[in-house]
Design a protein around this ligand. Structure first.
Ligand code: HEC
Length: 167
């Protein structure tokens, strides 16, 4: 734990509060227990990490999908930026699924992931490839090519969700 992290500071603050409360003869145990509970477990942090990375994918693909569907005007610069972000985030997915993160916080990750880790990783790699290609395609600014590229990326998302994400 970095000494400067907000959690560390919050914990220290509560600990000082508990010590002060004890010094003044107040009921301190509750405060000390809260301080201990405020530390997220390793599994909680890992699950939050992967859900955040996946949330970023959803956040960035959303506007492109809306453009392709004609729900908002096509904007080549936005497509290029968001496609680049998808390619940057895709390689961050696999490391969010170490063996000790199957449980420990609410998750839609199915246990099958850890029984078929090689296949899961190959699906993550397929997304990396599709998003890297898509980031190149997006530079063309051609709505037809973008629609086709988005389709390829969407297939890579779906292939993994169908098998490894609970509904
Ligand atoms: C290699 C497998 C895999 C690929 C590829 C994949 N996902 Fe997922 N996705 C998951 C799993 C597993 C979860 C559930 C994670 C959890 O709850 O811990 C998930 C959850 C999500 C979530 C919910 C995150 C949250 O807030 O909890 C979003 C949004 C999402 N994925 C979007 C996408 C998009 C968009 C793509 C493609 C660009 C994609 N995913 C590709 C496996 C994958």
């Amino acid at each position: 734990m970095q000494p400067t992290s907000p959690i560390f500071r919050a914990t220290r603050f509560l600990a000082i509060g508990a010590a002060a409360a004890a010094a003044f003869g107040l009921a301190a145990p509750g405060i000390a227990e809260d301080a201990a509970k405020s530390q997220p477990t390793k599994a909680e942090r890992t699950i939050e990490y992967r859900q955040s990375a996946l949330y970023l994918l959803g956040w960035n693909i959303g506007p492109i999908a809306m453009m392709v569907k004609g729900e908002i005007p096509f904007d080549a610069k936005t497509v290029e930026l968001r496609a680049m972000r998808l390619a940057q985030v895709a390689p961050m997915i696999a490391e969010g699924f170490p063996p000790d993160s199957q449980t420990g916080a609410p998750t839609k990750a199915k246990p099958e992931i850890w029984q078929n880790m090689d296949d899961f990783k190959s699906k993550a790699a397929a997304l990396e490839l599709a998003t890297t290609r898509f980031a190149e395609t997006a530079k063309s600014g051609d709505p037809k090519l973008v629609a086709a590229g988005l389709g390829e990326v969407g297939k890579a998302c779906k292939a993994c969700h169908d098998q490894y994400r609970a509904d």
